[in-house]
Design a protein around this ligand. Sequence first.
Ligand code: NI
Length: 181
Amino acid sequence: MAIQPIRLFGDPVLRTPAEPVVDFDKELRILVKDLTETMMDAPGAGLAAPQIGVGLRVFTYYVDNTLGHLINPNLDLSSEEQEGEEGCLSFPGIVFDTPRALRVVATGVDQHGEPVTIEGSELLARAIQHETDHLDGILFIDRMDRAQRKLALKAIREAEWMGEPAPVVRTSPHSTFGRAL
Ligand code: NI
């Protein structure tokens, strides 16, 4: 198990769609462990494989004291939406309102290739949508309304980390109370 550096906005891997997992081997189990360790260390509520530089359709989440992972996800979204703040571990300190579906039913498989269904609402639904977006190269700034995105892009331009190489030691400078994704 190892905590991996989290890739920051600007790294092309975050805009690259990830590939489906086809090999359910030891390497995959190490990836799930690394994602889990890195997410818990941050701390964050979710982490997708591209955020640690791995282009596979895998994410982990830790919401309401429930730890889990999902591989090759497919989402069924409610038409009812939720408002609320959202952050991302690849955008330290950047937190803005981001609309999401209120409920989600996610299907996929676990690290052993066994079918999994996760039903969630509110923060869990938000996390699952955010992480699945990461697997498609979509970032939360893409989901904001025009006004919020404009504010977010300004904050990103002014952020200390913008254009910097990934720090070796991260100390969670953001005030997201472990809710960043
Ligand atoms: Ni994120």
